[in-house]
Design a protein around this ligand. Structure first.
Ligand code: MG
Ligand code: MG
Length: 254
């Protein structure tokens, strides 16, 4: 969406603040022995307690074969994104990395954010993968200024991930957000500077670098949602909703 007035802007900012607080609470709940379903239940309760709506629950993406059955996506280790927490319930183990991806609708405005969290102590490669993916998100946000183009963001993200020795998952990426869960433009995590749609003040985008520690190829599980790396390597995902303001991006879900 493109923010047109102060009311929309205030709702967007408040929604982002709420989502960020919920993701912090979910991160704090991550521990060995916790199940994906417990995290999903907590996410849904925290959203509804605030009077908001979980917007992944019941959402069918383009080409989806059924509505998504949960509020939260929980993607463990080689699961890249869209792991279903209440379908095949999984228990977190020491040394895992777990991606938590959540969207909520506040006063009709949708915000979307994700983090990847270590479960206890993790190995060095996983640590570097998490750091690089988070740094790639920061670089993408920095490139998201009015007057730049979509692929300036893509290029910035790709550089950070590849310089760290990791690979970019190409099938998935960022998107417009606000009115719907997924809107135009698609924001790939790889590209060429100066290409793609012009970025304009007021645009709301969800930027989400997704990196693999091994090869970038992914496959979709028979559940229709869970993406995994084909070679079994670990994957990380960080996402913020941002608002393009005159002088640069404002992070809505910080
Ligand atoms: Mg998301
Ligand atoms: Mg998203």
């Amino acid at each position: 969406m493109t923010i047109k007035n102060d009311t929309e802007r205030a709702h967007l900012i408040e929604g982002g603040k709420r989502l960020a607080a919920i993701l912090r609470e979910l991160s704090a709940a991550v521990a060995p022995g916790v199940t994906s379903e417990e995290l999903d239940d907590l996410a849904e309760r925290l959203i509804r307690d605030g009077g908001d709506e979980p917007c992944f629950l019941g959402y069918t993406p383009d080409g989806g074969m059924r509505p998504y059955p949960a509020s939260l996506c929980v993607s463990i280790n080689d699961e890249v994104v869209h792991g279903i927490p209440n379908d095949a319930v999984k228990t977190l183990k020491e040394g895992d990395i777990v991606g938590l991806d959540l969207g909520l609708s506040h006063e009709g405005i949708i915000v979307d954010s994700a983090i990847t969290v270590p479960v206890g102590k993790i190995d060095d490669v996983s640590n570097r993968l998490l750091r690089a993916t988070e740094e790639a998100l920061a670089a993408g946000i920095k490139a998201a200024t009015p007057g730049n183009h979509v692929e300036d963001i893509s290029y910035a993200i790709q550089q950070v991930i590849e310089r760290a020795g990791f690979t970019v998952v190409k099938e998935l990426g960022g998107h417009g957000v606000g009115e719907h869960v997924h809107e135009e433009p698609f924001v790939p995590n790889f590209g060429h500077p100066g290409r793609g749609e012009l970025l304009e003040e007021g645009m709301v985008l969800a930027l989400e670098p997704i990196a693999s520690a091994g090869k970038a190829a992914v496959r979709l599980a028979p559940d229709g949602y869970t993406f995994r790396t084909k070679d079994g390597s670990r994957s990380a995902h960080f996402e913020h909703t941002i608002l393009l303001e005159k002088t640069g991006a404002r992070i809505i879900t910080a």
